[in-house]
Design a protein around this ligand. Structure first.
Ligand SMILES: Cc1cc2nc3c(=O)[nH]c(=O)nc-3n(C[C@H](O)[C@H](O)[C@H](O)COP(=O)(O)OP(=O)(O)OC[C@H]3O[C@@H](n4cnc5c(N)ncnc54)[C@H](O)[C@@H]3O)c2cc1C
Length: 307
């Protein structure tokens, strides 16, 4: 695949990397290894999602929890001279043109490069995204897996949805005394099996839930009987959805951005590609591959792929 040479405007770097999760960090590291400069844009901390993963059993390299892997990756990135890390900023628009790409940041600054890698992963679904919850406040609610022990200790948490990450939370805080009131729709019935026997969990199968204040809800059970749930705080466990930066990416139905469907100057890596393969190791591999794709394409070197 060849793209026209860069004529205009002068690039700020060789590669823009949007998102500092495992995919974006692997892209930056691989780009540097072949001499490409990059700018990586991340609104939060590098590999922020890994810090809450209590145990790892599917990632090579000797890391047994997400925090130790995140710390190692962050240290390596901070020592990658060819990568400029733009922390605390996010991309509000990513566009591809014939001979360059542009990324607009939330402060209005515009960055230009020959290629960009979109590695923005997935974000938690909100109540407005599902029909079984009615909520008056438009404020986003946090996912349960982001809650630390200090937010859970001796508290009752209302959890909306029965997605599997509740099990991750309980394993992450085995000694934390908390009470989870889990209200979930019929589609999550099979997912709650792994938490059913945890004494900290009370399951509330519901047909509909109305969140009145931040931790008080009226529910209609599957039997039609109303209940009232009161807790100290409300967290989400209703799943996640792809979070592409706005602009020129071409999502498939469902919102994921298949790499093969994109403009040749926009390369997608990590969880944003599809609902399958959402793992740290696959994100690392796809980020590294995305950087090599930009490197070879810029030099008109065929990669030997056929499809
Ligand atoms: C609770 C939990 C437990 C998990 N456990 C495991 C496990 O045990 N093993 C495993 O292999 N995987 C696990 N995963 C999955 C794994 O974390 C993901 O597959 C991996 O983090 C995906 O990497 P990524 O770089 O594609 O995306 P992410 O890690 O999601 O990183 C995307 C980054 O993009 C940033 N971003 C988003 N929008 C923008 C924007 N507009 N501009 C700039 N930056 C933006 C975000 O801030 C984020 O840092 C778990 C996930 C969770 C949530």
């Amino acid at each position: 695949m060849s793209t026209p040479p860069l004529h205009h405007p002068a690039p700020d770097t060789g590669l823009l990397i949007v998102g500092g999760g495992p995919a974006g960090c692997a892209a930056a590291r691989m780009a540097a290894s072949v001499g490409m400069r990059s700018v990586l844009i991340e609104p939060d901390a590098l590999c922020r999602n890994l810090y809450r993963i209590p145990a790892l059993n599917n990632t090579l390299g000797g890391h047994t929890d997400g925090a130790s892997l995140a710390t190692a990756i962050t240290g390596e990135l901070n020592n990658t001279a060819l990568c400029h890390i733009e922390l605390g900023r996010y991309v509000t628009e990513l566009r591809a043109h014939d001979d360059h790409v542009t990324a607009t940041l939330d402060n209005g600054r515009r960055l230009t490069a020959p290629y960009a890698i979109a590695a923005t992963g997935v974000a938690p679904l909100q109540p407005r995204d599902v029909s079984w919850i009615t909520v008056s406040s438009p404020l986003p609610l946090p996912p349960l897996w982001q809650a630390g022990p200090e937010e859970a200790e001796n508290r009752t948490l209302l959890v909306l949805g029965g997605d599997r990450l509740i099990g991750t939370f309980l394993r992450a805080h085995p000694r934390t005394r908390t009470r989870l009131l889990v209200a979930y729709p019929a589609s999550d019935d099979y997912k709650v099996e792994e938490i059913r026997d945890d004494p900290r969990v009370t399951l509330h199968p519901v047909a509909h839930l109305t969140l009145h204040r931040l931790a008080t809800a009226e529910t209609r059970g599957r039997d039609g009987i109303p209940h009232r749930l009161a807790a100290d705080a409300t967290y989400l466990s209703i799943g996640s959805a792809p979070a592409p930066p706005p602009g020129g990416l071409r999502p498939a139905p469902g919102g994921y951005c298949p790499p093969a469907a994109q403009h040749p100057r926009l390369i997608v890596a990590g969880d944003l590609r599809s609902p399958r393969y959402q793992r740290i190791q696959t994100a690392l591999g796809s980020g590294a591959e995305a950087a090599l794709r930009a490197y070879y394409t810029a030099r008109d070197v065929p990669t030997g792929e056929t499809g």
